[in-house]
Write a new protein. Structure first.
Length: 152
């Protein structure tokens, strides 16, 4: 079995274990707080499921934006090429269709011109925005693209 497949299986097992534990917790809380109030139960279950979804996304994105680069990042913005320097990890919160998701990614700075890059943002398509691609699609469909600012 390849390392990638083992990694995916491990992640699936983690998600399944978390999901089962979460399901049991949700049932307990619904029984305790909503009783036989179906509407209250519906809203509670929906928010709990979305919360679980955010945590699953967070786990999927864990380590995507950090770690060694295959090749050094180079900036040549109106100057001779210079190697960009990592200045550590910054966390940003992405708004997604299942709610806010924290995303840690490495920050690189050009010592020549001070340009800043986040390769993880490029990888996920969230450069210069705090809105996930899925949420942006929904916003566009709802005609909110321009009305809701995209910076983060
Ligand atoms: Zn530069």
């Amino acid at each position: 079995m390849s390392r990638a497949i083992r990694g995916v299986k491990k992640l699936q097992a983690l998600i399944q274990a978390e999901s089962q534990a979460e399901t049991a917790r949700i049932i307990q809380r619904v029984q305790r707080e909503a009783g036989l109030d179906l509407e209250a139960a519906e809203f509670y279950v929906r928010s709990a499921v979305l919360e679980l979804g955010s945590r699953v996304l967070e786990r999927v994105l864990h380590n995507v934006g950090v770690g060694r680069q295959d090749k050094p990042r180079v900036c040549a913005d109106k100057h001779l090429p210079r190697k960009m320097v990592s200045t550590g990890v910054r966390v940003k919160t992405l708004q997604t269709i299942v709610g806010p998701v924290r995303f840690a990614r490495s920050r690189y700075v050009c010592p020549g011109c001070g340009a800043v890059e986040y390769p993880g943002d490029t990888l996920l398509g969230v450069e210069q925005t705090g809105f996930s691609p899925g949420l942006r699609r929904l916003m566009t469909r709802a005609g909110l693209g321009g009305a809701v600012g995209g910076r983060a």
